[in-house]
Design a protein around this ligand. Sequence first.
Ligand SMILES: CC(C)(COP(=O)(O)OP(=O)(O)OC[C@H]1O[C@@H](n2cnc3c(N)ncnc32)[C@H](O)[C@@H]1OP(=O)(O)O)[C@@H](O)C(=O)NCCC(=O)NCCS
Length: 178
Amino acid sequence: MEYIIKTNRLGLRNWKHSDELPFIEMGKDAEVMRHFPTVLSDAESLDLIKRLSDHYKEYGYTYFAVDELETGEFIGFTGLKNQIWESEFTPCVDMGWRLKRAAWGKGFATEAARACLEAAWPKFGLKEVLAFATDTNLASQRVMQKIGMDHIGKVQHPMIKGDSRFRHCEVYKFTMQA
Ligand SMILES: CC(C)(COP(=O)(O)OP(=O)(O)OC[C@H]1O[C@@H](n2cnc3c(N)ncnc32)[C@H](O)[C@@H]1OP(=O)(O)O)[C@@H](O)C(=O)NCCC(=O)NCCS
């Protein structure tokens, strides 16, 4: 398998057909989707895979599909994506991660995210990367902190606006060293 980014335990690549079923399953897991307004329908998961794959073809980076190298199993996504929704922090490139529940708590998101940050400038020409997580999503913010991102503010994400369970998103940033 040709990986775009490889770490000790993980391979990051563009999406493929065999990711569809496990990704649909993840999207139906209420615990995985706890910090989002709803779980995802099959069509929404498939549409997201298509959009992420198209983003890769256009820019060379995306929220990559992640395989655990030891088993070759698809475990979710981690990567970089352009964000164009309107706010004081956008347009920007952000990092995102979503793993199936069985893969949590092993440092996988941190390992994949750190590798994406390391590749951001030399491989993709990105000088600055942001990350967003709802204020309640402490695991996600912990990943941001562990990879050395700085907390720079709060924002109302259009996807969660009006949903009283989420007050706002915390915003983190990493600037590449010259
Ligand atoms: C966020 C997510 C990708 C993290 O994946 P992971 O591989 O378990 O992350 P890591 O193991 O690399 O690190 C998680 C850190 O958060 C901590 N953590 C986990 N749950 C936590 C909680 N409820 N409160 C505080 N910290 C928490 C862990 O202890 C760990 O920190 P540590 O190494 O200092 O102990 C995973 O939980 C997930 O897929 N969640 C659902 C999707 C999601 O919310 N994505 C982010 C949207 S912004």
